[in-house]
Design a protein around this ligand. Structure first.
Ligand code: PXL
Length: 293
């Protein structure tokens, strides 16, 4: 059991030494389940220092999103420049970016500070479009800007099946359409595309498909039966960014992230009256069990 869990962990930095830094550029969730809260939680428990650039503030709970306050695009960019100008990061990820002007400002600032596909620092783009309740988290007129400015900067893009449909127009119903969608995402400029299978709820396993324009790789995992899967996509993308910050190649980073989110789905808990969050807090219990005997 312990060995199986050990493969789900990244190396830790010795006490007192500076760990890798990862920047999340995303929206907040007042309920603490998804967005920047999910990202920071996974990043801390993966042993990296989380820096944050807030793109939008949401008023939400486990039942849905009641309101969104967008941060001015230039101030989102200021946060990115500020972090890069002093702290420096080894990977970054984007989540909820809310609007076309915010996406454009994020793409410009990232390229300027060396974050993105053709730059020194890898960028995971999680193209968040809606909450699990269907509340829009990205304005409908922002898809062109996403395709034109952010996908070409993506080291890895990690859409779920609804996001795949919005971005590529392809309805993923089987392995062939998943491959076509992954190819379309790479044609938009992403270096690697992950088509996540988690939303194909009738499938017995949750299989993610990874493509780099040349080779398809599959990442199957047991489907965890839980209604508490709020923040699952954010958790996968955050864990992926942490592994990239540790220097993992993308296929190994995704293998790690897939295990991390599967384990976090198994540890999800009830919260409020709606959907509870996936929980990387299992990592704390593991540390205790994992002490030398
Ligand atoms: O899980 C996607 C997501 C990302 N970011 C924020 C969210 C959600 C889902 O609700 O609220 C802020």
């Amino acid at each position: 059991m312990k060995d199986a869990f050990r493969t789900q962990l990244l190396p830790l930095t010795p006490d007192g030494q500076t760990p890798p830094r990862v920047l999340t550029i995303a929206g907040t969730d007042s309920g603490g389940g998804a967005g920047i809260q999910a990202d920071s939680r996974t990043m801390a428990l993966c042993g990296v220092h989380a820096c944050v650039a807030v793109a939008a503030v949401t008023a939400q709970n486990t039942l849905g999103v009641a309101g969104i306050h967008e941060i001015p695009p230039s101030f989102v960019a200021d946060q990115i420049r500020c972090v890069a100008g002093d702290i420096g990061v080894q990977a970054a990820k984007t989540g909820m970016l809310a609007s076309a002007p915010i996406i454009a400002a994020v793409a410009e600032a990232c390229a300027e500070v060396g974050i993105g596909k053709d730059h020194a620092t890898p960028l995971v783009v999680d193209p968040v479009c809606a909450s699990m309740h269907g509340d829009p988290l990205l304005r409908a007129d922002a898809l062109d800007t996403l395709r034109e400015t952010l996908l070409p900067l993506a080291t890895v893009v990690t859409p779920n099946l609804d996001e795949v449909r919005l971005i590529t127009g392809i309805d993923v119903v089987d392995a062939a359409s998943a491959r076509r969608a992954a190819a379309a995402l790479c044609e938009f400029g992403a270096q690697w595309a992950v088509v996540k299978g988690g939303h194909q709820r009738d499938a017995p396993t949750s299989t993610d498909l990874l493509y780099d324009g040349a080779t398809f790789r599959e990442y199957p995992a047991a489907r965890i039966a839980t209604g508490n899967d709020h923040g699952g996509g954010d958790t996968l993308a955050a864990a992926l960014a942490c592994a990239l910050a540790r220097g993992y190649a993308v296929p190994d980073a995704l293998a790690f992230a897939k295990q991390w989110v599967t384990r976090s789905l198994s540890a999800a808990y009830d919260l409020g009256a709606g959907h509870g969050p996936v929980s990387p807090l299992w990592r704390l219990h593991l540390s205790r069990q994992d002490l030398p005997e």
